[in-house]
Design a protein around this ligand. Structure first.
Ligand code: IMP
Ligand code: MG
Length: 175
């Protein structure tokens, strides 16, 4: 039986506050430098859409889709790219936009892949970061909020492809 209830963890207002702060940090660091902002699908699509509207530097956007195979909710480290970017990365400043960093496997995979394409630099921005010890070290330059080890949905994040459209972040309670 799937007896699921949701508890709000981050309200839509707080999310907008977080995005505003992250936008200011990124604007301060990049100023007029052109940026290539890379959205990691699917989970980052809502966050990315809000974040880029806070950025004032000249920018391009592109999208990758990563899938991790393993258990339904825990990234196993077997990450694959199922959709590549269309923009040439060579010599550009990249900003990877992630929904959530848990073990770090997904982001490490993308970081290594994009690094091999010779960008001028890569930084990582994640909306959420879990307090669990990262299994793989990755440099997170911009972090929205650190959360406890709950499974969360909404604002782009899913559980079995559901709940991505919710305007806040919710904790899933399974009975
Ligand atoms: P990592 O590779 O363990 O860092 O996991 C990152 C990916 O796992 C994220 O990009 C999400 O797609 C997924 N993920 C991890 N935790 C959650 C969660 O609480 N809710 C929804 N997806 C999650
Ligand atoms: Mg994701």
């Amino acid at each position: 039986m799937n007896n699921i209830t949701l508890t709000e963890l981050i309200s839509p207002n707080e999310l907008q506050e977080i995005v505003r702060r992250l936008g200011s940090e990124i604007n301060r660091d990049y100023q007029d430098k052109p940026l290539l902002v890379v959205c990691v699908l699917k989970g980052s699509f809502v966050f990315m859409a809000d974040l880029v509207r806070r950025l004032t530097c000249p920018l391009e956007v592109d999208f990758v889709r990563l899938a991790s195979y393993g258990s339904e909710i825990t990234s196993s480290g077997n990450v694959a790219m199922t959709k590549d970017m269309e923009t040439c990365v060579d010599g550009k400043e990249l900003l990877i936009v992630e929904d959530i960093v848990e073990t770090g496997h997904t982001t490490r995979f993308l970081l290594d892949l994009l690094q091999s394409r010779h960008p001028a630099g890569i930084r990582i921005c994640t909306l959420l970061k879990k307090t669990v010890p990262q299994k793989v070290e990755i440099p997170v330059h911009y972090a929205g909020k650190v959360i406890e080890d709950h499974f969360v949905v909404g604002y782009g994040l899913d559980w079995d492809e559901k709940y991505r459209h919710l305007p806040g972040i919710f904790k899933i309670n399974r009975k």
